[in-house]
Design a protein around this ligand. Structure first.
Ligand SMILES: Nc1nc2c(ncn2[C@@H]2O[C@H](COP(=O)(O)OP(=O)(O)OP(=O)(O)O)[C@@H](O)[C@H]2O)c(=O)[nH]1
Ligand SMILES: [Mg+2]
Length: 172
């Protein structure tokens, strides 16, 4: 069975980096140089695609979407037939934290969808406040979702996210 996981979150939260880290194949990337100021040189405009083999019967398709809402046509494609969702939030970035509401709503995430939140870039600044803000938001949204502090560049973080998603799926 081929299962589809979406990686969503604000611009620069680390989606492309995490998929690259997780994938067992060279990822398909659609990053281009940005023409507007978004705090980094390149951004995803299409789709990121990576692939993980779990066992002889199960493969995972890793689908990264652009963080920018203006490319939400891609979000609509990724949303179809989703098995699980990973939401990335950039540490100490209010816009990134606020984006959770919009994304949960857009991707119709409810308790029946395996979901994990990763707070990224926590290696750069202290992250205690962001963790509390994200947890409070989840209480408002009535969602019980594990929240981890991760670094998208590290394989230990990538494994933690993937193992949690699989454990949630097996427990529901
Ligand atoms: N220090 C640090 N850098 C990170 C972390 N996660 C990602 N980065 C870096 O942040 C930058 C942006 O990451 P991307 O993976 O392009 O972010 P994205 O979510 O795909 O962004 P868009 O496609 O524009 O929406 C890259 O230079 C990454 O190396 C992290 O946890 N810590
Ligand atoms: Mg990207």
């Amino acid at each position: 069975m081929h299962k589809k996981i979406a990686f969503i979150g604000s611009v620069g939260s680390g989606k492309t980096t995490l998929i690259e880290n997780l994938s067992s194949i060279e990822t398909l990337k659609t990053d281009v140089k940005t023409s507007v100021e978004i705090g980094k040189e390149s951004t995803t405009v299409g789709i990121d695609y990576g692939h993980v083999v779990i066992d002889s019967e199960t493969t995972l398709g890793l689908y990264g979407v652009p963080g920018q809402r203006k490319f939400s046509l891609v979000w609509d494609f990724v949303k179809k037939g989703l098995w699980a969702v990973v939401i990335l939030v950039k540490n100490n970035d209010l816009a990134s934290i606020d984006e959770i509401d919009y994304l949960v709503n857009y991707f119709e995430i409810n308790q029946g969808v395996p979901c994990v939140i990763g707070i990224t870039h926590s290696d750069l600044t202290d992250g205690g406040q962001t963790l509390t803000q994200v947890r409070n938001k989840l209480i408002d949204l009535k969602l019980k979702v594990p929240v981890y502090t991760i670094d998208c560049r590290l394989s230990a973080s990538a494994r933690l996210i993937m193992e949690t998603i699989i454990a949630i799926d097996e427990s529901v």
